[in-house]
Design a protein. Structure first.
Length: 354
């Protein structure tokens, strides 16, 4: 297997494989399962790795140079033993801070979700804060039971803005992390999505799987993979988000969707991407193959979908585009699973401003 494929997209209609990086390069630094990628101001590329060379904990951060060669780990100095999970990360150069989140070891999540693993503390529930310039660990904040499996996190885009948000999948919550008047980094819960009743009559958590912030820093969007809805919140008051839009696209708790006709929507909304102007939000439904098969087995036969939501970027509100629906059922090699979305010219999760 390989670490990454570097794709040449100079010709957008005919992308070509430029280079592959074999997993053996990662194992030299006792790492595996690369996940989140960010470009740094230095020209380097930083990637979080979810596990060690054996697929266990701890993971870590790796660096690639401008030639896409693996050069070593990002962090310097010792990291305390409580920092085991490495998932998403986002940095804010103006405030000399990086924040990282937690999921689980590859050998845990690759098999599907086992609730017993939560009780065994095999899933994360903390945020880690790092000194960006020194590449050193600062502190950890435990989010508790409402913060189980903190996945995607984002700072607001405006460089001086000292706060951001993280969504917690199993905790079905959103936390804000911010710098207080004494320049200390604090964390507070700002949204709790209550459980809904599933088809079997049992309570179902939301499983918030993805989140982003509009480029004007006015709205936050996130997906509830189990519930089946995409939400838009106005964050003009950053500590008190206000729900301004909601679209239904599958899920375990509601029959049908906001489409006017009967379109195949196995799975729930999982990954989202917003255009730079904040008007076009695209949604896909595949989380991870073993988790897809466990909770939405129909994906194996019908593949994924890509949906488009039109957003009011000034006043709030969302409307499902009834004319747009892309199915990945009849691909050349069989039904395919759509995951992450990117705009060629840039989007709301591609860049970090210094």
């Amino acid at each position: 297997s390989c670490l990454s494929g570097i794709i040449d997209t100079a010709d957008a209609r005919k992308p070509s494989l430029y280079k592959t990086i074999d997993s053996a390069e990662l194992k030299k630094f006792n790492l595996s399962a690369p996940h989140t990628v960010h470009c740094l101001g230095s020209g380097e590329i930083m990637i979080s790795c979810l596990g060690n060379a054996k697929g266990e904990l701890p993971g870590g951060f790796i660096l690639l140079n401008e030639n896409f060669d693996v050069t070593g780990r990002w962090n310097r100095g010792e990291v305390p033993s409580n920092v085991q999970f490495y998932y998403d990360f986002w940095y804010k150069p103006r405030h000399n801070i990086m924040v990282s989140s937690e999921w689980a070891a590859p050998n845990v999540f690759e098999k599907g979700f086992n609730p017993n693993d939560v009780a065994l503390n095999k899933y994360g529930h903390s945020l880690h804060f790092w000194d960006w310039s020194k590449r050193e660990y600062l502190k950890t904040v435990d989010l508790g039971k409402d913060g189980l499996i903190p996945l995607e996190l984002r700072f607001c885009h405006n460089p001086p803005t000292p706060y951001g948000y993280v969504v917690c999948a199993l905790g079905s919550s959103v936390f804000r992390f911010y710098q207080d008047s004494s320049s200390e980094w604090q964390v507070e819960k700002v949204i709790q999505v209550e459980s809904l009743t599933g088809n079997d009559g049992q309570p179902v958590p939301a499983i918030i799987s993805d989140m982003l912030i509009s480029l004007n820093d006015k709205f936050i969007y996130f997906c509830n993979w189990f519930h089946g809805d995409v939400r838009q919140y106005d964050i003009s008051d950053p500590a008190k988000p206000k729900l301004t839009g909601q679209i239904w696209l599958g899920g375990l708790t509601k029959t049908g969707s906001d489409y006017n006709d009967n379109r195949s929507l196995h799975g729930g909304p999982q990954m989202i991407q917003l255009s730079i102007d904040g008007k076009r939000l695209y949604v896909t439904n595949s989380l991870y193959s073993s988790w897809d098969d466990q909770f939405y087995p129909g994906i194996r036969q019908d593949g994924s979908y890509l949906a488009k939501i039109d957003c009011d970027s000034e006043n709030g509100g969302m409307k499902l585009d009834q004319t747009f629906y892309m199915s990945f059922k009849n691909e050349p090699h069989g039904p395919a699973r759509a995951h992450e979305v990117r705009y060629p010219g840039g989007d709301c999760t591609s860049d970090i401003w210094i």
